[in-house]
Ligand binder design. Structure first.
Ligand SMILES: Nc1ncnc2c1ncn2[C@@H]1O[C@H](COP(=O)(O)OP(=O)(O)O)[C@@H](O)[C@H]1O
Ligand SMILES: [Mg+2]
Length: 308
């Protein structure tokens, strides 16, 4: 059985910067895998190379044994890669259910997207049923008719997951799902994700800066630092590794973390403690994390553009 996704030798350069240097990663069916690393390590770049948002300079991406390296985003999506966006990208006054319907129609590409949007008043019963099944699965059933703008960030992120699930992915890619959420919201998201994944059986690649989330959610993970994979293995082993401590302690800048400068005292806990402490400062992260987001148009827009 071939892995759901297998990336081999992925290299990506941005005018002189080697953002990714020969990265190999694979995820088996139904597996929960983490890709972790400090800010600027190359996580989002890798995520985008898997999706087809970015073209790698070198390397290949195989989905279910099929080479998709040359395929654009929407074709990879149709072959089974689902993804979430960090923010709800569509129109704030559309409802939760409408968001999911749009995602489903975008995937099927029956007719033109904008016509579908205009015609959303008349979704078919089977579409609504599929949509409500996903919403119930995510515990969002009661919010189906709420405008998206009324939701909390945590609920919004679940809607993003729901949007991805409408296309019935074999692999769900999540980039920094904890971003902007507090501890309890992150824990709630992880719990729901775990339940949904157990029910549906898709594989998850969790791309995360937040060590705590990766530690609790994944069984295996890869550690990226300065564009290179420096360690991989069972999550528990990796979390306790010297590579992990090195990558994350090197990431902590005492100048920007003044209040916590005494936090490195306990070596045993440093592998998980230090980076988790650093996670809430996501909003203040260096510009490194910004350019890739700017490259990501809404899924719907991407699809529409590529069809014209
Ligand atoms: N579009 C881009 N143009 C130039 N440099 C980029 C671009 N995207 C990412 N980078 C650079 O590539 C490196 C990896 O960034 P990124 O993948 O965002 O890391 P992470 O997601 O792990 O924080 C950083 O040095 C970043 O500045
Ligand atoms: Mg990133």
């Amino acid at each position: 059985m071939s892995p759901v996704i297998a990336a081999t030798g992925i290299t990506k350069r941005f005018s002189g910067i080697v953002a990714l240097d020969g990265v190999d990663l694979s995820v088996e069916e139904g597996e929960r895998v983490g890709l972790i690393g400090p800010n600027g390590a190359g996580k989002t770049t890798f995520f985008n190379c898997l999706l087809g948002v970015l073209r790698a300079d070198e390397g290949t991406v195989e989905l279910d044994g099929r080479d998709v390296t040359g395929l654009p985003v929407h074709q990879r999506a149709r072959l089974g890669i689902g993804r979430t966006f960090q923010r709800i990208e569509l129109f704030p006054d559309t409802t939760v259910r409408e968001h999911l319907l749009i995602a489903e129609r975008t995937k099927r590409r029956t007719g033109r997207l904008w016509k579908d949007l205009v015609g959303l008043g008349r979704p078919r019963p089977d579409e609504i049923a599929q949509c409500d099944e996903v919403l119930d699965l995510l515990g969002l059933g009661a919010l189906a008719d709420e405008p998206i703008e009324r939701l909390s960030l945590g609920q919004g992120r679940l809607v993003e997951v729901g949007r991805a699930l409408m296309t019935d992915p074999k692999l769900l890619l999540l980039d920094e799902p904890s971003s902007g959420l507090d501890r309890s919201e992150t824990a709630a998201l992880a719990e729901t994700l775990g339940e949904v994944q157990a029910e549906r059986g898709f594989a998850i690649l969790l791309v995360e800066h937040d060590v705590e989330l990766v530690a609790s959610f994944t069984t295996r993970c890869y550690l990226l630092d300065f564009g290179r994979l420096i360690a991989e293995g069972p999550t528990a082993t990796l979390m306790a590794s010297a590579e992990m401590r090195h990558a994350y302690l090197g990431d902590l800048d005492p100048a920007t973390d003044a209040g916590e400068s005494d936090g490195a005292g306990g070596d045993a806990g440093a592998g998980t403690g230090a980076p988790a402490d650093a996670a809430p400062s996501d909003t203040a992260e260096p510009p490194a994390a910004d350019p890739p987001e700017a490259l990501e148009p809404p899924a719907a827009a991407t699809d529409e553009e590529s069809s014209s």
